[in-house]
Design a protein around this ligand. Structure first.
Ligand SMILES: Nc1ncnc2c1ncn2[C@@H]1O[C@H](COP(=O)(O)OP(=O)(O)OP(=O)(O)O)[C@@H](O)[C@H]1O
Ligand SMILES: [Mg+2]
Length: 270
């Protein structure tokens, strides 16, 4: 068994609101003692209802947010309190794809500049050949490097976001609801692009979704989150076939499953 690439141990995050003269500060346990590993090359889906803590946990893993307690390890190294230069390796090796391709791309920068940003931050070469190969790998063409985000459709913008995540040659990608802002008709294309890139490059992938149907086709393992905790985890086929928690069953029930028998039922005669 290989060692985990990303390892979250007993991680918690508490948000405190402001107190007023009339009320004490509100306290939200957004993430509550979560332990989760992702191995090299593994695709893990993090699913759960809105507000269950999925984005907070992703942001902790990306070290965009400090955990209140617990440990974050990258490739065996404790990076819980690392910052600045201490996060250099993580920034190169862990890519991120955001939910909304409309707000996550700077409208004033060309696509080439957007994709090159992580390379610039790392002081890595960002020659034309590198950028051309990046944009080609997500199904767009090098001529499009000089265009601006508004000249692209939602699905194409998310492809640009994926190219940016791939720029530094990461070992893992975290994608937080990568298709929920997209038209239903193009979701499958973006998911299969992520799946393809993951397989071709042997990437680890943590894909976050409130929709179990979205992740079924691409995940190896599922972690089900509720109210800041992971309540169930297992191989994807096992969780689908035999969910252990009522909450997971409810999440599964919310997914419309085409039922061929129901449709094939013969019309009543006479
Ligand atoms: N910066 C913040 N300040 C205060 N509370 C926050 C903050 N970020 C998140 N929360 C709270 O933490 C809880 C978990 O939020 P989070 O965004 O992680 O959930 P989620 O599972 O990603 O939900 P969604 O599916 O809607 O994206 C929620 O109750 C949310 O209101
Ligand atoms: Mg979220």
């Amino acid at each position: 068994m290989s060692e985990p690439l990303l390892s979250l141990e007993q991680v918690s995050k508490t948000f405190r609101g402001r107190s007023t003269p009339f009320a004490p500060p509100s306290v939200t346990h957004a993430v509550d003692e979560v332990t989760l590993d992702v191995k090299p090359g593994e695709t893990v889906a993090l699913v759960g209802e809105s507000g269950s803590g999925k984005s907070t946990l992703s942001r902790i893993a990306l070290r965009l947010l400090d955990p209140t307690s617990g440990t974050v390890r990258w490739d065996g190294e404790d990076i819980t309190r690392a910052h600045g230069r201490g996060l250099r390796t993580l920034r190169r090796e862990l890519g991120v794809v955001f939910q909304d391709p409309y707000t996550s791309l700077n409208p004033r920068q060309t696509v080439g500049r957007i994709i090159a940003a992580p390379l610039r931050n790392q002081g890595l070469p960002r020659d034309e050949k590198t950028l051309a190969s990046l944009i080609t790998s997500v199904g767009l063409s090098p001529e499009q490097l000089n265009r601006y985000p508004h000249q692209f459709s939602g699905g194409q913008r998310q492809r640009i976001g994926i190219a940016r995540a791939l720029a530094t040659g990461p070992r893992m990608i975290i994608a937080d609801e990568p298709v929920s802002a997209l038209d239903v008709s193009i979701r499958a294309q973006i998911l299969s692009l992520l799946d393809e890139l993951q397989q071709d490059r042997g990437l680890a992938l943590l894909i976050v979704s409130h929709d179990l149907a979205v992740v079924r086709g691409i995940a190896d393992r599922v972690a089900v989150m509720r109210a800041g905790r992971i309540v169930e985890t297992g191989r994807v086929e096992q969780v689908y076939a035999d969910p252990q928690e009522d909450y997971t069953r409810a999440l599964l029930a919310a997914v419309p499953v085409p039922d061929p028998h129901r449709r094939a039922r013969p019309l009543p005669v006479d």
